[in-house]
Design a protein around this ligand. Structure first.
Ligand code: UT7
Length: 326
């Protein structure tokens, strides 16, 4: 076991809500279609001036309060995001600026919806090798700013939000029991943001063609998501020498209720152990797992010593699964 303790959790959720009926006025869709095909009822959307680091800073203040730590005591900041404040510097550096601190190692991890688990994986090794002692791990997105609100096949899916945790080393029997991660870049174009990088820099043409918005082949992503999350989940259980009976809570990336249910059934996880927040937030990519963890914790669903199975799948494609002993 890679021993570590989560001493603080926090979220940054924008106040403004877009409901399914709001979308009925924007595109040719219905509450019935969105609810049945995705499980989403509403999503939170930022105001125009808000950036990803702003949400992380709100979340971090909450987590530091619970951890009884000052921001200056953090020694490492890792942000999982696909919607950074700027292409560079990293969102983690903007978080430092916003918190008024300096000196920490600070960097982003780009792994789509698997970003939080990728960041947690890295943090766990930094902690257990002794390099880091107080780590902020964030999963945060502002997907509303890369969404094409004329494309009904994607615009109803995404929301904004941030979730963070503060990790410290411990001698107690808690931490990461098993984990695995992977990627297949050959399938990158099934879910990506075509422009704005070195391949297609921003031009009037790229903006006109809406190449700065998210492009997704939904069906293909769906099939791959179910397959890879199932594989990653079963591998995490096998590596930990555990069965689903040993697991107290299953929290997977919240992209689509049908993907979550298919993964849950294939891994034979009983419905009462499956924790979902997709109804309220839609797909918030790297933020979906930490936001769900925060909510489950505050509802009393995560007790001391609980074993939590986490699984994610996203752009890249990337995937990851992890068993966390609380
Ligand atoms: O976050 C990590 C990665 N993301 C995901 O994991 C998302 C994976 N994909 C999905 O969740 C699903 O594929 C979607 C929710 C995106 C789409 O659901 P689907 O069941 O795969 O629908 P579809 O794309 O096969 O479309 C079925 C029909 C089409 O109409 P026709 O061609 O059958 O007449 C679409 O045009 O549904 C239509 N449709 C809609 N209808 C009403 C697509 N979007 C909408 C909509 N409202 N918003």
């Amino acid at each position: 076991m890679r021993k570590l303790k989560i001493v603080g959790l926090g979220v940054g959720i924008p106040e403004k809500i877009l409901t399914n009926s709001d979308f009925e006025k924007m595109v040719d869709t219905s509450d019935e279609w969105i609810t049945e095909r995705t499980g989403i009822k509403e999503r939170h959307i930022v105001e125009e001036k808000t950036a990803t680091s702003d949400l992380i800073i709100i979340a971090t203040k909450e987590a530091l309060k619970q951890a009884n730590l000052k921001a200056s005591e953090l020694d490492t900041i890792i942000v999982g995001t696909s919607t950074p404040d700027t292409p560079f510097p990293s969102t983690a550096c903007w978080v430092q600026k916003g918190l008024g601190i300096s000196g920490q190692a600070a960097f982003d991890v780009s792994a789509g919806c698997s970003g939080f688990l990728y960041a947690l994986e890295i943090a766990s090794y930094l902690i257990t090798c002794g390099s880091s002692k107080k780590v902020l791990v964030a999963g945060a997105e502002i997907l509303s700013k890369i969404t094409n609100y004329q494309d009904r096949s994607t615009c109803v899916l995404f929301g904004d939000g941030a979730g963070v945790c503060v990790l410290v080393p411990t001698n107690e029997e808690r931490g990461i029991v098993s984990s695995n991660w992977g990627a297949d870049g050959n399938l990158a174009e099934l879910l990506y943001l075509p422009a704005g990088g070195s391949r297609i820099p921003a031009t009037c043409d790229s903006v006109e063609k809406k190449l700065h918005t998210l492009h997704m082949a939904g069906n293909e992503v769906f099939k791959n998501a179910v397959r890879e999350m199932e594989n990653a989940t079963l591998t995490a259980l096998q590596d930990a020498h555990l069965t689903v009976e040993d697991i107290d809570l299953f929290i997977s990336h919240q992209a689509n209720i049908r993907i979550i249910e298919a993964t849950r059934k294939r891994a034979m996880i009983p419905p009462e152990k499956n924790y979902m927040t997709i109804q309220k937030y839609g797909n918030i990519s790297a933020a979906s797992i930490p936001v769900s963890l925060h909510q489950a914790y505050h509802e009393g669903r995560i007790k001391d010593g609980a074993k939590i199975l986490l699984a994610a799948f996203g752009a890249g494609f990337t995937w990851a699964a992890m068993i966390l002993k609380w």
